[in-house]
Design a protein around this ligand. Structure first.
Ligand code: PLP
Length: 425
């Protein structure tokens, strides 16, 4: 069924036969993905209907942005969809890290302690918390202390240590996605179990979940299992590849209000902040998000099955349950990392003629290689891959706006890796 692709792309008949076999094998997994997408798409449509979204919501405001109907209603639509009391959705969040920063600074005060209960948080939070850098206005600079409970060696939460560590803590931090670490991602069910343990030991502690890469991968979000605040980026899952920028914070009403005061000013909070012309792409992005997320997961599941068949170490495996978009592929050499990223780049809609090369990115110890040919700069809901040039020479791959084109990117990556293997032999 994939043989026609060889007329359009430099793909060998042998690889395309293997692709056919993989697609047959993963059909039951795709049925589960479609089932989740159907549920989440219905949830989004129902929220649009409940809030009577009309053309007036799609136009924007300028200046102070008072009484921005589209902006204020989008907050409520997001809250409904995420199973939260309230939400703050703004294009003025410059990234996921910014939304996470606003949320942490929104609720933490001098003398408070936060505990990361699922191991080290995402890299960019190190400077926010104050684990790296000094005097740049981190939480530590403002007198917020930090503790960490690591996951157990098998990747599961250390419930006993968590119960001890959260006693008296103002905030417990949970990260759903593996990010770019070699730990498993945490399902919403597991996050619910962690939250129960935290509540048992310390009912007042605010449970905070970094939900980046997680939205719509399952039928429920962590807010539905008791998280007080969840945070994500709109150039990942929740923006459906259509939002041009932005992020969201969702959860308890009182906490979301505090985040609004931190985003703008105490007293002004959420009532100001014009939406310019961003309401329409944010609404439309949310509308598309569950189906785009399904395409990205299908791309990831296919890559997992194909590369396992080709003899590589993959995590998660194609039939393991998913809670985020990320696939880790261990390729084993610098040459194959370059080959893989070249294939992904050549299979992208934008900048497909470019060949990525490793470079010394500021802030990283090793050279990094990245493949991204996206409509939105840095949008990792679009097909992309990257990794540091060091043992075990692994790349992290995610995204794919449509499954049929994501598949082509993965196949070109496999073809390039095959050529690299021959060169190495
Ligand atoms: C992407 C991501 C972030 C935020 O990253 P930005 O590049 O700032 O949007 C935070 N945490 C996790 C787990 C992520 O995957």
């Amino acid at each position: 069924m994939n043989q026609y692709l060889s007329q359009l792309f430099p793909l060998s008949p042998e690889l395309l036969t293997l692709a056919d076999q993989c697609e047959e094998k993963i059909a039951p997994v795709f049925a589960r993905i479609d089932d989740i997408a159907a549920y989440n798409e219905a949830k989004v449509l129902a929220a649009f209907n409940r809030h009577k979204i009309s053309a007036a919501h799609l136009t924007g405001t300028n200046g102070y942005g008072y009484d921005d109907l589209g902006r204020d209603t989008l907050d409520q639509v997001f809250a409904d969809v995420l199973g939260a009391e309230d939400a703050l959705v703004r294009h003025t969040f410059v990234s996921g890290t910014h939304a996470l920063t606003v949320a942490l600074f929104g609720v933490l005060r001098t003398g408070d302690r936060m505990v990361a209960v699922t191991g080290a948080p995402y890299d960019t939070l190190e400077e926010v918390i104050g684990l790296r850098g000094e005097g740049n206005g981190s939480l530590r600079d403002f007198g917020v202390s930090y503790d960490q409970v690591d996951l157990l060696p098998d990747g599961s939460p250390d419930y006993e240590a968590i119960k001890k560590a959260v006693k008296g803590a103002k905030l417990a931090h949970i990260q759903r996605s593996r990010g770019y670490a070699t730990r498993p991602s945490l399902s919403v069910g597991t996050i619910g179990a962690i939250i129960s343990a935290i509540r048992e030991a310390s009912p007042e502690t605010i449970v905070f979940v970094d939900n980046c890469y997680g939205e719509f991968v399952e039928k429920q979000e962590p807010t539905a299992v008791g998280a007080d605040l969840i945070v994500g980026s709109l150039i990942k899952n929740a923006g459906g590849g259509i939002a041009e920028t932005g992020g969201y914070i969702a959860g308890r009403h009182d906490l979301v209000e505090l985040c609004g005061y931190r985003l703008t000013s105490p007293g002004i909070g959420r009532e100001a902040g014009c939406s310019l012309n961003q309401n329409r792409p944010m609404y439309m992005g949310l509308f598309y998000a569950p189906s785009v997320v399904a395409s990205a997961i299908k791309t990831s599941v296919f890559a997992s099955a194909l590369f396992e068949q080709l003899g590589y170490d993959v995590s998660p495996r194609y039939d393991e349950p998913r809670t985020d978009l990320i696939l880790q592929l261990t390729l084993g050499s610098r040459e194959k990392m370059c080959a893989f990223c070249t294939g992904i780049q050549h299979g992208s809609p934008i900048d497909s003629h470019v060949t990525p090369v490793p470079w010394a990115m500021p802030g990283y110890n090793d050279e990094v290689i990245m493949a991204a040919g996206a409509f939105t700069l840095g949008a990792s809901i679009e097909l992309s891959a990257d990794g540091p040039m060091r043992e075990p020479y692994a790349v992290w791959m995610q995204g794919g706006l449509t499954w049929n084109t994501g598949k082509i990117g993965v196949l070109l990556a496999a073809e390039e890796c095959g050529k690299a293997e021959k060169r190495e032999a």
